[in-house]
Design a protein around this ligand. Sequence first.
Ligand code: HEC
Ligand code: HEC
Ligand code: HEC
Ligand code: HEC
Ligand code: HEC
Length: 446
Amino acid sequence: MSCLSPACLLLFVTTAVLAAEQGATSTRGSLSYDDFESPEACKACHTDIYWQWDQSMMSKAFTHHWDEIEYFDLAVKHAEKDPRFKDAVDGCNGCHAPLAWLAGDIPPPRPSENSRANESVSCDFCHSITGFSGDLPFNFNYVVDPGRVKRGSKPGRESPHHDTEANSLFSQAEFCGICHNERAPSGVWVKSTHLEWKEGPYAEQGVPCQQCHMPRAKGRSASMADEDMVAQHLFHGAHDPGKVRGTIELRMHPDEREVETGGTVVVQVQLFNGKTGHKFPTGSVEDRILWLHVEAVDSEGQRFHLPVDPKGFEGEEYTIAADVLAYQDLGVPLDLPDFEGVQRDGVPFGDRIFRMPYFDDQGRMTIMQWNTASLGVDYRFEPRETKIETFTWELPDEIAEGRVEVHASLNYSLLVGPVAELLDVPEEESEPMLVNSQFTWFEVYE
Ligand code: HEC
Ligand code: HEC
Ligand code: HEC
Ligand code: HEC
Ligand code: HEC
């Protein structure tokens, strides 16, 4: 059929744009669970890779406790009350339980029922991806073709169990962007790890996600294969304290080493992001909290908390911990009319927070990313960025003479504490992880 008339062209373009806007919602129910082999089927030959995957979040994307709580108790409940969110909430499964999505099994049974949705982001699912629809990878717009052929990055591999095919997408960041970029129904980008990477130095220097999250090491990719440099299926991120540790390096110094009692000292902290290929925090930014805490200890062991100096940029109030309530929109799925919210930060008031707040359509801060209508100030670390924070401290009268040590610690929680408490999310999800620490000193004299 030819399509040369303006009306036809317009229709064609509109449909293509729409398809790209929505991600590939057309894949829903297009296949069945039986079209995919289970990870157990790969384990006998790809043993190491299996155990690597098994300890990553990929194998738990549907079953992990916080995912179960957020999906079943918040998202599904919210969509029941407000049908505007039905498609987006069904779409959670497109990334977290792709087999259930493709089988049209929505909502999938709870994890305790042991359905194949529990396979989460599985071996055969990823290795059946052939491409993505549209120009930009986002909102699970994968194209899959499960069956005998398993795709990978290396040409000419031979296996007794399956055929192989090299597909360059497997070496590219775009492969990951299919699920690591997400647009809410409002059109707002609520996850943009791949887009952040694309704008940063690592894309320019040809360092894709795989180099940091699937690093290669010498070994055998299958029990009968020759030695090679094998892509380790670590997918280690924020749930691995060792991956998070040292992401930001801290150095600090006072403006003077000797300060008179009653005087003022200015402590400067430099924070350098030497480790992430995207912003930090990235991904589930609505849940995460990263904060800098500074304390001084005088020669008699008295402790003093130092609040950060405000810089005066727009939206800064969201980046300094304060005594305010937030997340009132949780009242809708939780059936709590007139819910007043919970404490916004759950960290010591006056500490600097590196974050980007998400807001609902009433301007209230939200952790329900599907309910996001706008984004606030972006005060996160770009890849290789250095930020400087200052702490101006008028020495209190009770300070003892002698050496004062000033300690800084940068902490990270996966889920902001008061929300975790409200929703009964296991403590490991909100426990602070130490990203880094440093100290400096000065002398107080009469
Ligand atoms: C009977 C053993 C066996 C089983 C079972 C098996 N594989 Fe393989 N697979 C191999 C061998 C051997 C190779 C080639 C390895 C090499 O030479 O590097 C291979 C290679 C691969 C590759 C690399 C392709 C490339 O081009 O880079 C992928 C991807 C793969 N297998 C996926 C799977 C998945 C997914 C499963 C489970 C559904 C699976 N395999 C089950 C033996 C097996
Ligand atoms: C999130 C998607 C994803 C999942 C899940 C996944 N893989 Fe992979 N796999 C990849 C990518 C991407 C590569 C290529 C990485 C590269 O070359 O940098 C790869 C590479 C491989 C290779 C070739 C390794 C090499 O370097 O020779 C094998 C074999 C393989 N995968 C098997 C598996 C098995 C078995 C599982 C489940 C236990 C699994 N994969 C789960 C994305 C995935
Ligand atoms: C089919 C969708 C999908 C694809 C493709 C995919 N991911 Fe993921 N990934 C997820 C989901 C969903 C999670 C969240 C798991 C959870 O916590 O529920 C996740 C989690 C992760 C995490 C762990 C984050 C944490 O909080 O600890 C890392 C790291 C990661 N992915 C890296 C990658 C990389 C690198 C690629 C490309 C090679 C990739 N992913 C491809 C869906 C995907
Ligand atoms: C230069 C190395 C590097 C590159 C390139 C890189 N990452 Fe990361 N990534 C990290 C480090 C370090 C962390 C741990 C700190 C953190 O949580 O952000 C991380 C964390 C993550 C997390 C967890 C974020 C969180 O805090 O919840 C995800 C998801 C992730 N990366 C996905 C990706 C994807 C997708 C790409 C490619 C588009 C990518 N990464 C590229 C180094 C890298
Ligand atoms: C476009 C793919 C995509 C869609 C759609 C999606 N997610 Fe996710 N989700 C991810 C990825 C990728 C991560 C990991 C990001 C990170 O670690 O920073 C994640 C992380 C999460 C986490 C945090 C996991 C943790 O342990 O910290 C929860 C909870 C979650 N998603 C629930 C949902 C719900 C509920 C929906 C539907 C309303 C949804 N997701 C829709 C890709 C998606």
